[in-house]
Design a protein around this ligand. Structure first.
Ligand code: ADP
Ligand code: MG
Length: 241
């Protein structure tokens, strides 16, 4: 198990957003998280990535207990890459510079090595010909692929995706999902919050249905998307499928 989450709770003031999440993610597993807006999906990812501090519970990533006061949170965070709905690339840096930045700044990687790696990653996401252009010249789908390359540049053990295609025009969704699919095939451990049920069915090893701050259902895609008895899941799927 590369990620173990035990009774994770998160409050914002009086609002309890995560009400006790327990799950494990195995190495090389692709877990798709679905559920209605406001159910706590983003908060769940943000707790795993330490963008939010949990209120209580336990998260262990690759053997590191996040609540252990002695651990170096930044080191653990380096193992976890994240891709958001919006790409937030640095606008005044070229595509290649965007991908090179973190390894140089955080890992102290030599410039040449970072460049080689950056070019290889851009090739992987099909954008080697865009290395020297600025983000404003890219389509949303291309920007999101750069964002994926940038996250991969830190050589993470796990990749978290928070609705990576939700902000894209429909015709650009496929190219991003293809890159994610290839990544999954290569054995990357991934947690993907998505409304792309086709992707969840085809690529997901497991689907987690979150609702009102809890994991309401969890299982193999075939079982989750089959005729479920759970009324809330059924109604959610009725709305998105
Ligand atoms: P989802 O990603 O499933 O749409 P979120 O995790 O974004 O859900 O949000 C779950 C709930 O937590 C929502 O009610 C949202 O308004 C609330 N929430 C999220 N972030 C914050 C925050 N920083 N402060 C207060 N409330 C928040
Ligand atoms: Mg969200």
């Amino acid at each position: 198990m590369i990620i173990q989450v035990t009774d994770l709770k998160k409050n914002y003031g009086d609002l309890q957003v995560l009400k006790g999440i327990t799950t494990q993610i195995a190495e090389r597993e692709v877990v798709c998280v679905i559920g209605p807006s406001g159910s706590g999906k983003s908060t769940f990812l943000r707790c795993i990535n330490q963008l939010e501090e949990m209120t209580s519970g336990r998260i262990v990533i690759n053997g590191h207990d996040l609540s252990d006061p002695k651990i170096d949170i930044n080191k653990v965070r380096e193992d976890v890459g994240m891709v958001f709905q919006r790409f937030n690339l640095f606008p005044h840096k070229t595509v290649l510079e965007n991908v090179m930045l973190a390894p140089i700044k955080v890992r102290k990687m030599p410039q040449d090595q970072a460049r080689q790696q950056g070019l290889a990653l851009l090739k992987k996401v099909g954008l080697e010909d865009k290395a020297d252009v600025y983000p404003e010249k890219l389509s949303g789908g291309q920007m999101q692929r750069v964002a994926i390359a940038r996250a991969l540049a830190m050589n993470p053990k796990v990749m978290l995706f928070d609705e990576p295609t939700s902000a894209l025009d429909p015709e650009l969704v496929g190219e991003v999902l293809t890159v994610m699919k290839n990544l999954a095939r290569e054995g990357m451990t991934m947690i993907v919050v998505t409304h792309e049920m086709g992707f969840a069915k085809e690529v997901g090893d497991r689907v987690i249905f979150m609702d009102q701050g809890v994991i309401m259902e969890e299982g193999k895609p075939a079982d989750i998307f089959a005729d479920t008895k759970n009324e809330r899941l059924r109604s959610f799927l009725g709305r998105v499928l």
